[in-house]
Design a protein around this ligand. Structure first.
Ligand SMILES: Nc1nc2c(c(=O)[nH]1)N[C@H]1C(S)=C(S)[C@@H](COP(=O)(O)OP(=O)(O)OC[C@H]3O[C@@H](n4cnc5c(=O)[nH]c(N)nc54)[C@H](O)[C@@H]3O)O[C@H]1N2
Ligand SMILES: Nc1nc2c(c(=O)[nH]1)N[C@H]1C(S)=C(S)[C@@H](COP(=O)(O)OP(=O)(O)OC[C@H]3O[C@@H](n4cnc5c(=O)[nH]c(N)nc54)[C@H](O)[C@@H]3O)O[C@H]1N2
Ligand code: SF4
Ligand SMILES: [Mo]
Length: 845
């Protein structure tokens, strides 16, 4: 047979691809042959007798709710909530139900594919898993043999597999692990780290909270842990609690709030500081908490806060000073049953670290930190070595770092744990200072999710000189997989193991087990198992750390220290129930705990701080209060840090002027914005998650279009009506990385959504849409799948003609990817991407 006979048409035949056969996945080849209307429905089995219920954990977003997978005859029929999960309490959101369609998606990657032709051309050859392991092992081995392990780079998004991917990287000797933290939450975590010493999401004790003061979180639709919070919030609301939301856009959370206030972007810190000013001057602060647990005195804080008046906040935010004052008083009067919290609306700014610190500090001055109904934290189960030991021998951590994963310019990025500033990584790789040989990508889709991703990430990923070998694990032919040399067919989250855990909303530590409800189909394999096999192929010194047969066995070993419950081993117990809740009381005031004799062994005291020496390093473990030893907070002073010496020290290294307090400074671009400019912001949908749900047909049927929100008055000024096309041109920031005056980043023409539900100087667009790859659903293209014998379960007649939003049928198409025009703009210290600071101009097309 000649090449033409071998060349199959598009991803629609992936499951039918024969060994050695070549497939074209380039977008032009992917176009459907014919359009037909939908004829048949794939109904679920009516007779639900014989259904097996497998407890597991959802991963259609990072909230990780406990779910029960309904399985019949080896097929997944649907999901229910796992009532034993203490966070989600037996409820799931729409995304969880939509996620099931990922399993039998006809365009799912089910075989390892090797690139033929140039990278990015979309020509692929099916190979065997053995060949795939050999390919990876030989490339990785060469780096080790050449004594250049740093040439091996791992880039991962939300996958919860750090235990095995980290082990693999340690074993091959490379520290270069990149992630997406700087796109997501670095400023928020840094704010929590520098104040309470805990970097997880705060855990508002919502059921007993009476006043929710929300700075830029859309927790009724998004938020890490939003679903458990939502559930508790609704109960609190029904019992009379109040919610005040500061969002530039009328999100569903803003809409459900008692009060919605739309501040000028980046001004959240000024508003929070002004509230603190009111609370201090009205004498509504908790003097006892400040004196006992904060690292500055009432007078010192009063002095700092004095210039930040409600009038000052009004000038910065455009909000009414009287409202700011009134809300501050209401909030303080609800203490300690009140919580001020944040998310990406406040932190994804150039000044986001201080914005978030200013908000967190509000909780300290009213004394709601760690209290019942207040701003709680620290209820997570430590998944670290102590509770879940790593199988021995454990590979040593590499003893060096590189500037790629540990950039000197952003000292806070890796401060408390390896969080990595990776948003800049493609720009850095372009400088050729880092010699990459093997680039492994896993659950990350930078061409889609990175600022300027469609340009910079794509440019680098395409360049074989910069990245000689790219192996991508994915479940669909994604924007990332398109630029790989080898695609590995991963198991979906319904088909694999993971130990799961996050902050516990009832403040009682728990963890969960994700387990396979069905076997992965065809050649699909949990990437963790692939890594174990590759490690064995590489041989010593790597293989000694992978002396187990599978990831299942690895998990079993990690559960070996769990006590017997109900006569079951930890592993069996977890397989049966899916969750483990500790037998402990609610973790209120985790700082106000007396240290025991055994804690104080070999300790010493300096300036009332109790230390021990651990591995030759001085480590604070508590503080003395009236001569008694308490645990305190996990900050260097063991107190709530209103003033952060960590910030002073790191800022000094960079020549930045910081005195440790969260001063307010409007980012230069926003301060100098002219009347003909607007601020472009971005947000997430309730039924989509980042770059992972667009191929899921039920979710994409609900949301497949993302017009840009523009205020009615502003639209009128430009003569723009609902549905008109607007050309948006964005500009580089005026300070920081790549600062420039009036340098254009890019232009895009997007449909207008005219609404009063947005600040007049702001535009808003969601992410998750506008994909070029991933099969028929994210591309909104109907078409017939070839009818191949033996693969009928991969038919989905919906996709033949039922994608009614296909442009060719007069539909809206598949939306826009705003990252085409959002510039890379890392904030100082933590390097967080300033998503909501982009200056732009618009014109009607
Ligand atoms: N404009 C704009 N951009 C944003 C944001 C925004 O609000 N606006 N949000 C930012 C934020 S907060 C974040 S966290 C980042 C997230 O950015 P990413 O980490 O890139 O996004 P994810 O959706 O987590 O990962 C998507 C990739 O994982 C693949 N995938 C899904 N499931 C599996 C699986 O089971 N196995 C494997 N191997 N692959 C899988 C998908 O096909 C896709 O290729 O995006 C950021 N980008
Ligand atoms: N459904 C769903 N849930 C998710 C995710 C998802 O993609 N979809 N992703 C998960 C991840 S990785 C993350 S990081 C979290 C993110 O959770 P959130 O931070 O809650 O979500 P975002 O939509 O990024 O931003 C929140 C709000 O900020 C507002 N905003 C934008 N600019 C400004 C501004 O300048 N000032 C103010 N005050 N508000 C502004 C937006 O309008 C939006 O309503 O959600 C997690 N959960
Ligand atoms: S909130 Fe996220 S983890 Fe929870 S059910 Fe929905 S998609 Fe799944
Ligand atoms: Mo995120």
């Amino acid at each position: 047979m000649n090449r033409r006979d071998f060349l199959r048409n598009g991803a629609i035949t992936l499951a039918a691809l024969k060994l050695g056969e070549v497939i074209s996945l380039s977008p032009t080849k992917l176009q459907a042959n014919e359009i037909k209307t939908f004829q048949e429905f794939n109904t679920l089995a009516k007779n639900i007798k014989g259904i097996e219920k497998v407890p597991s954990v959802c991963l259609n977003c990072s909230t990780i709710c406990g779910m029960t997978v309904l399985v019949k005859d080896g097929e997944i029929l649907g999901v229910e909530g796992n009532p034993l999960d203490p966070n989600s309490e037996g409820k799931l959101c729409a995304k969880a139900h939509g996620g099931v369609s990922a399993i039998n998606y006809p365009e799912r990657i089910v075989y390892p594919l090797k690139r033929v032709g140039r990278r990015g051309d979309g020509l692929w050859k099916r190979i065997t898993m053995e060949e795939a392991y050999d390919m990876m092992a030989s490339k990785i081995k060469k780096c080790i043999d050449d004594k250049k392990p740093e040439g091996i780079v791992f880039h991962g998004g939300r996958n919860k597999m750090g235990d095995i991917t980290g082990r693999f990287m340690d074993a091959v000797g490379s520290p270069v692990i990149l992630n997406h933290r700087a796109l997501c939450s670095s400023n928020k975590r840094a704010a929590n780290y520098t104040t309470i010493g805990d970097t997880s999401w705060e855990t508002v004790d919502a059921r007993d909270c009476k006043y929710f003061l929300n700075f830029g979180s859309n927790f009724l639709e998004t938020h890490q842990g939003g679903f458990p919070l939502l559930k508790r919030f609704v109960e609190a609301k029904n019992a009379g609690a109040k919610l005040v939301t500061f969002d530039t856009r009328l999100s569903n959370t803003a809409g459900k709030s008692d009060e919605w206030l739309a501040p000028y972007p980046s001004s959240e810190g000024a508003v929070a500081l002004a509230m603190a000013n009111v609370i201090m001057s009205e004498g509504l602060y908790d003097e006892k908490f400040i004196n006992e647990w904060c690292n500055v005195s009432v007078d010192e804080y009063k002095k700092f806060i004095a210039p930040y008046t409600p009038q000052f906040a009004q000038e910065q935010s455009g909000l009414d000073a009287n409202d700011i004052k009134r809300i501050a008083i209401e909030f303080a009067k609800a203490a300690p049953h009140c919580a001020a919290f944040t998310n990406r609306g406040s932190q994804a700014h150039y000044n986001g670290l201080h914005n978030d610190r200013a908000v967190v500090i509000l909780n300290a001055i009213v004394g709601s930190v760690g209290r019942k109904g207040g701003y709680a934290f620290g209820g997570s189960k430590n998944k670290g070595n102590k509770s879940f030991p790593m199988p021995l021998p454990v590979p040593p951590k590499p003893s060096f770092t590189t500037d790629l994963e540990d950039p000197k310019l952003y000292p806070f990025a890796n401060k408390w744990q390896k969080m990595r500033v990776s948003e800049l990584c493609y720009d850095k790789i372009k400088t050729k200072k880092h010699n990459i040989q093997v680039y492994m990508s896993y659950t990350i889709s930078s061409p889609q999710t990175w600022p300027e991703g469609p340009q910079t990430a794509v440019e680098v990923l395409k360049d074989e000189k910069l990245i000689p070998f790219h192996v991508c694990s994915d479940v669909v032919y994604s924007e990332m997989a398109h630029y790989a040399d080898l695609i590995l067919p991963d198991a979906t989250y319904f088909e694999r193991y993971t130990i799961e855990g996050r902050n516990a909303y009832d403040l009682i530590p728990y963890f969960g087990l994700r387990q396979p409800a069905v076997k992965p189909p065809y050649d699909c394999e949990n990437f963790a198992d692939t890594l174990i096999k590759v490690a064995k192929k590489i041989g010593e010194p790597v293989s000694q750390y992978f002396a187990f047969d599978s990831y299942e066995e690895f998990i079993k070993l990690r559960f070996s220290k769990l006590p017997i419950r109900e006569g079951l081993s930890g592993f069996d117990y977890m397989k049966k129930y899916g969750v483990w809740v500790e037998d402990k009381p609610k973790n209120y005031e985790p700082y106000n705990v007396k240290l025991q004799e055994k804690d104080l062994k070999d300790s010493f005291v300096e300036n009332d701080i109790i230390y021990v020496n651990k591995k030759g390093k001085k480590q604070a473990i508590g503080l003395l209060k009236d001569g008694k030893a308490f645990r305190g907070l996990k900050t260097p002073s063991r107190k709530f840090e209103i003033k952060s010496n960590d910030i002073i020290t790191d800022a000094r290294k960079l020549g930045l002027d910081e005195d440790g307090y969260p001063h307010f400074k409007m980012p230069k671009s926003l301060k100098e914005k002219s009347n003909d400019e607007l601020v472009l912001t971005t947000f997430k949908w309730n039924v989509h998650t980042q770059a992972r749900t667009a191929p899921q047909k039920y979710l994409t049927e609900i949301v497949h279009n993302n017009p840009i929100w523009i205020n009615t008055q502003t639209a009128k000024k430009y003569g723009i009506k609902m549905g008109d096309m607007i050309k948006i041109t964005t500009y580089r920031p005026k300070e920081g990385y790549k600062a420039a005056d009036n340098e254009v980043v890019g232009s895009m023409t997007i449909k207008a959504f005219v609404t009063q539900g947005i600040h007049p100087e702001v535009l808003a667009i969601s992410n998750s849409l506008g994909m070029n790859y991933g099969g028929r659903v994210p591309k909104a293209r109907n078409g017939i799948k070839e009818n191949i014998q033996g693969y009928t379960e991969y038919q989905d007649l919906d996709l033949n003609g039922n994608i009614w939003w296909d442009k060719r049928l007069g539909g809206s198409g598949n939306g826009f990817n705003p990252n085409n025009i959002i510039p890379v703009n890392p904030a100082p210290l933590a390097g967080m991407q300033s998503w909501n600071d982009t200056i732009c101009k618009i014109e009607k097309v």
